[in-house]
Write a protein that binds this ligand. Sequence first.
Ligand code: PLP
Length: 282
Amino acid sequence: NYVIFNGNIIERSEANVDIEDRGYQFGDGVYEVIRVYNSKMFTATEHLERIILSAKKIGMELTYTVKEMKELLTQLITKNSLEHGTIYMQFSRGVAPRNHPYPTSDVAHSFVAYTKEVARPLANLENGVKAILKEDIRWLLCDIKSLNLLGNVMAKQEAVSKGCYEAIQHRGEVVTEGSSSNISIIKDGTLYTHPASNLILNGITRRKMIEVCEKDGIPVVEEPFSLNDLNTADEVFLSSTTSEITPIIQINEKQVGEGVPGVLTKRIQGLFDAAIESECGS
Ligand code: PLP
């Protein structure tokens, strides 16, 4: 099993992270998760452009281009004979004596990537999942895919401890996003989802979903929606790289719609499947 460690492909057992890596001590860095289907990366360019942008937003100028990262990740997929799974990658600001201010710019970023075999979540896609509601207590730069995930981790843990799959977060009355996904609702045939702003991560799955809906004539409204809108929605679903388009059939104790995956959600799943197939084959 091989990993990328500071630009080289090496055995995982040989990759050693320094205890003063700023990713480890401060969560000072950015990451991405990319899906691999049939040994091909799905929406790789979008993910790699986003990690460059996330890095820029925290004052890190990555030294890799999209093309260079793509080539390296493709080599890793081949080396690990990965068919269906995910790539996790992260850049931290690097290794330096622990001190809050950024180290000087000659400190190299730490770049790590590895692969994992993961099957598509077929049962969840088919049957849907349950969610809880949770006040969004995170910081105000949620558009950055930063290594600081404590708010997200705590929200997810609360969901899991209650037998649920996801925590739908809200700032007061406004629904923002899941702990590791974006949230959309369907009301009277229209899809509503929070606009890309500092309050959510602009998911690559979310963007692809909007693209396929618009092409198929499903109206999409990117506007904040309320807890009341959520509670009275016909359909609710989450979207993310690993969970794809997953129906939400129950929120807290209340069933969504008929308590089964909705018609439009299923249609969007089909459109999303077609997008995967056209990019990665079937
Ligand atoms: N929002 C948060 C907080 C996430 O962690 C994720 C993905 O893990 C998403 C949204 C969905 O983003 P994407 O579709 O790019 O995976």
